[in-house]
Design a protein around this ligand. Structure first.
Ligand SMILES: Cc1ncc(COP(=O)(O)O)c(C=O)c1O
Length: 461
């Protein structure tokens, strides 16, 4: 049994063994009662110590996925279905087909667990649980933990965004921020402008609230300004949603000139701008946020720590004029009684100590290296790339040689999960373009897939 162990990863090896075994169990054709290969053999094949394999198996016994007999003989527990059917949900990635092995998430939207860092986070969690009893047990204040909001303001200053403490509200991820904005500031039947391709969960949210979407094309340097101007003139939408930097799914970022022109247009037509900047910390180059240009305070700015620190902590925030924040806060308290003070306290601790800043610096470096390799690989395999992103998680690309059906067949053979071919279009149009997550694309499995898509270029890779 070959496990997927990355020795450069910051995730402890035991945890990686646990994750690999769970993947193996999820493949669907492992019958309850099946005996795992002997611990000695798993350890030898994967260059691990036996103690490490035993510890991983014992953790799975605790989870009810394995049973131990006669010391170190491990068997698949039954029934498995209840424990395994709640697969992780990934926006914008294709659904798994019945019986398919747990595929490699080339098209998924977040960092792999092996890229996440645990030490600083574990330290902050211990620190908060020892020293901050209130955050362990109490509800949060409506705007969110003051210490965290102060840290967020410091971060905003680096992006040249001016905000007072009462103009910042924490949320449970950017998802809650978008949800509160949509249901508080808009009514069913309102029209808003969205980018195409764009963030698929936003489209679902707008559909849920019966808000009409008017789509404009996303170019490599931001929304298509001519299309925007035509829409503003003719259809008089109430707002524009934009994912400014390292956009999901294209990886592209807002150019300075486009930002200025867009901002002028929004002001001229009285359109509210919702700027979603969840990939901000993965960006270092030049660029201006719409919220930084906002003298009249006509921009609602959304951020998150899901993409860098942890998607599980669920910490995001909104920056907006005080009167907008006060409306959002009321709905936040009615619908959720506030965000998690514990998660906010852990994050505030990491921001204050500087550990978060160093973590994102390491992530950016690692992503930059991976992106260079991926762009080379795509070039070798004769894929077209949208705007060659300089940062962030995504590259948007399509094969010049093979059609959608051929690409999907290769993906299935190589055990690769691709992004959806319709989800990033507000009107569900099918596309050949794929969202490629660079953190997944350097793996052997992904290389094999790209290689298979360029059969006439054997020199590649
Ligand atoms: C553009 C965009 N906005 C918002 C979100 C939601 O982020 P969070 O996990 O903070 O809710 C995502 C997550 O993929 C995203 O890509």
């Amino acid at each position: 049994m070959e496990l997927r162990i990355d020795r450069q990863a910051l995730v402890p090896v035991v945890q990686q063994v646990v994750d690999s075994l769970v993947r193996w169990l999820r493949c669907g054709n492992v019958a309850p009662g099946t005996r795992l290969p002997p611990v000695r053999q798993i350890a030898r094949i994967n260059l691990l110590s036996q103690a490490c394999v035993v510890e991983a198996c014992e953790r799975l016994v605790v989870k009810g996925l394995l049973v131990a007999r006669r010391g170190t003989a491990f068997f698949v527990a039954s029934p498995q279905a209840n424990q395994l059917e709640d697969f992780s949900w990934d926006e914008g990635a294709e659904g798994k087909q019945l019986g398919q092995r747990d595929p490699w998430g080339l098209g998924c939207g977040g960092l792999p667990e092996s890229w996440r860092e645990t030490d600083d986070l574990a330290f902050a969690i211990r620190q908060v649980s020892r020293t901050d009893m209130a955050s362990l047990f109490n509800y949060s204040t409506p705007l969110g933990l003051p210490a965290l909001r102060q840290q967020i303001i410091k971060r905003l200053i680096r992006l040249e965004i001016q905000a007072q403490e009462h103009e910042v509200m924490t949320t449970s991820g950017a998802s809650q921020a978008l949800d509160l904005i949509v249901r508080t500031l808009f009514m069913p039947g309102d029209s808003v402008v969205v980018e195409s391709p764009g963030y698929c969960v936003l489209f679902d949210l707008l559909r849920l609230h019966r808000i009409t979407m008017i789509e404009i094309p996303r170019n490599p340097n931001g929304p298509d300004i001519a299309a925007l101007e035509a829409v503003l003139l003719k259809q008089r939408p109430r707002a524009l949603f934009i994912n400014s930097f390292h956009q999901n799914p294209t990886g592209s970022s807002l150019g300075r000139l486009v930002a200025k022109r867009l901002f002028q247009l929004a002001n001229a037509y009285g359109v509210l701008v919702i700027e979603d900047d969840v990939y901000a910390d993965l960006h270092t180059g030049p660029g201006v946020r719409l919220a930084a240009l906002d003298a009249k305070r006509n921009v609602v700015y959304v951020g998150s720590y899901s993409k860098t620190l942890s998607s599980s902590l669920r910490v995001g925030f909104v920056v907006a004029p005080a009167e907008v924040i006060s409306r959002l806060v009321s709905v936040k308290m009615i619908s959720s009684k506030g965000a998690s003070p514990f998660a906010e306290s852990v994050l505030a601790c990491l921001l204050a100590s500087g550990a978060y800043g160093k973590l994102v610096q390491r992530q950016r470096q690692r992503l930059n290296g991976a992106r260079r390799l991926v762009l080379q690989m795509l070039d070798d395999a004769d894929w077209e790339v949208f705007g060659k992103p300089s940062g962030g998680l995504f590259v948007w690309a399509r094969s010049r040689k093979q059609d959608r059906a051929q690409i999907r067949a290769h993906a299935q053979r190589c055990g690769i999960q691709l992004s959806s071919s319709t989800a990033f279009s507000p009107s569900d149009e099918t596309t050949d373009w794929l969202r490629i997550n660079v953190a997944y694309a350097c793996d052997q499995q992904a290389r094999r897939f790209f290689q298979a898509t360029s059969p006439d270029r054997p020199q590649a890779f």
